[in-house]
Ligand binder design. Structure first.
Ligand SMILES: [Zn+2]
Ligand SMILES: [Zn+2]
Length: 147
């Protein structure tokens, strides 16, 4: 891991008033390095490949702490499955119905949505859009098999 990145992670943890523990560092660094919206189990599995020291409880607790202070967020796209995302910039998600990949879609990709026809009295605080379909890899594969 590049040195600058390491310092940035430490700075980010401290800026939220968190003590920098090896567990917090490892979990946050892992999540920052990937864009696949892993579950706690997937994070645990990958981290323990390197140094098998983290327990499942520690990973869950660490993810909870990081999400409480707003460094990461929970992504709930499937019922009962909690995934995590260190990309805190507003963005949408694309879910591939074929391979199950969840891909970040830049906020600007979709135009502003029209909220004026909502039933009266509803106030929107935030929203994000989940698109479902085939990712570029799965779409290509399907096209090839059809020809
Ligand atoms: Zn796919
Ligand atoms: Zn995301």
């Amino acid at each position: 891991m590049p040195r600058v990145e390491k310092e940035e992670i430490i700075r980010a943890l401290r800026s939220k008033g968190l003590r920098v523990t090896p567990q917090r560092f490892a979990v946050y660094a892992n999540l920052l390095a990937r864009r696949d919206h892993p579950t706690a189990e997937q994070i645990l599995k990958q981290l323990n490949q390197e140094v098998p020291t983290l327990s499942q409880a520690t990973v869950y607790l660490t993810l909870q702490t990081l999400s409480e202070v707003g460094l990461i967020r929970e992504v709930l796209l499937e019922q009962g499955v909690c995934r995590y995302d260190a990309n805190m910039a507003p963005h949408h998600h694309f879910v591939c119905t074929s391979c199950g990949q969840i891909i970040d879609i830049p906020w600007d990709c979709l135009g502003p949505i029209n909220l004026s026809s909502l039933p009266s009295g509803f106030q929107v605080e935030r929203y994000e859009v989940t698109l479902y379909g085939k990712c570029n890899q799965c779409g290509d594969r399907e096209e090839r098999s059809q020809t």
